[in-house]
Design a protein around this ligand. Structure first.
Ligand code: NAD
Length: 326
């Protein structure tokens, strides 16, 4: 299924998620929620794009063999093609650049193809680069200094994005505490000189910055009172269990970089693929680093209007959407 939330700023770009759901209603709810988030993410990043999301629904516990996976991707391509470019797909949780190549057999409205095919490839390196820019801008605001040398940082989740973020931070000589539910990641972490801990301890560690790079919903009424880090910036989508958590973080004096601002590097990178001159990695990197300035503007607006960074970021998205529909 495909959910198109908004096309007022341009075609609705959003990944195709292949995931198990209890039923199709749960999948539809997820697609609608994620497509709305994509609208805000692209508007705040000032991309000429709307918001959409594709979902290939698997029954609980299902695993597709290569043939069935290919058929599912081609069915999805047919749905995308019927939308005639108002929705453009890309990779997401459960899909890869190789899957996009299969989808491209059925529609031209697909991005994120492998670099060898002229696409922008795996978005995770760009997402990690954007998260690094968000961490620097957040440190600058909290500590008055963007240097990470000697600053303690806890990275939760060492997947495609988290491990890359940890590497970038190690290069800046941050003191790393890292964790993952997959203990197989420990060896990689130790190569970076990072201290390994449990997910529970990482969330409440006495560090300067907390970097959530695993699942959503990690910031809730239970976890926030125990957080000691004064700054939070990470890749995970939908970090707040609900929007009221933004007020709770502010009340505790914790500066939280809105997730849809900090993790926009992947979509900013993909958007370069759609420009008339085609994909250019150097141009993409420069745009992704712009997340730092976007966030600085949001922190300024939040301070000036006595609001949370979440409210300031949503206001910015609303203003840009209103201007586009006018
Ligand atoms: P991934 O699946 O590669 O990595 C997630 C990692 O988190 C895995 O190693 C997993 O074992 C670990 N994990 C899961 N639950 C955990 C827990 N409770 N505690 C500690 N570790 C846990 O995913 P990814 O592509 O690295 O994405 C990470 C997050 O960033 C997701 O929320 C994703 O939606 C978001 N995001 C990713 C991109 C991208 O370009 N990949 C872009 C935007 C947002």
């Amino acid at each position: 299924m495909v959910a198109v939330h908004s096309t007022v700023r341009g075609p609705a770009l959003g990944g195709c998620r292949m995931w198990s759901y209890d039923d199709s209603r749960a999948a539809m709810r997820d697609a609608l929620r994620l497509s709305r988030a994509m609208t805000h993410k692209s508007a705040v990043a000032n991309l000429p794009l709307g918001g959409g999301k594709g979902v290939i629904v698997l029954p609980p516990g299902a695993r597709l063999d290569a043939r069935a996976r290919r058929d599912a991707l081609l069915d999805f391509a047919e749905t995308v093609d019927r939308l005639q470019g108002s929705y453009i797909t890309a990779e997401d949780v459960g899909t890869s650049a190789r899957d996009m190549t299969i989808i491209a057999e059925g529609t031209r409205h697909v991005t994120g193809l492998a670099r060898a095919q002229g696409g922008s490839g795996d978005p995770s390196p760009s997402t990690a680069l954007g998260v690094e820019a968000a961490i620097l801008a957040t440190c600058e605001r909290v500590f008055g200094d963007r240097s990470l040398a000697g600053r303690s940082v806890a990275v939760v989740g060492l997947g495609h994005v988290g491990l890359r973020v940890a590497r970038l931070l190690a290069r800046r000589r941050a003191k790393l505490v890292v964790t993952d539910i997959d203990r197989g990641k420990r060896a990689e972490a130790e190569k970076l000189g990072a201290r390994w801990t449990t997910p529970e301890k990482a969330m409440t560690a006495a560090v300067d910055v907390l970097v959530p790079c695993a699942l959503g919903g990690v910031l809730d009424h239970h976890s926030v009172p125990g957080i000691q880090a004064p700054a939070i910036a990470g890749a995970a989508n939908n970090q707040l269990a609900d929007e009221a958590i933004a007020d709770l973080l502010a009340a505790r004096g914790i500066l939280w970089a809105p997730d849809f601002v900090a993790n926009a590097g992947g979509i900013i990178n993909i958007a370069v693929e759609l420009e008339p001159s085609g994909y250019d990695p150097a141009r993409a990197k420069e745009r992704v680093r712009g997340i730092g300035d976007t966030l600085r503007g949001i922190y300024d607006d939040a301070a000036a209007g006595a609001m949370t960074p979440l409210t300031a970021a949503m206001e910015l998205a609303r203003k840009r959407l209103a201007a586009a529909s006018a």
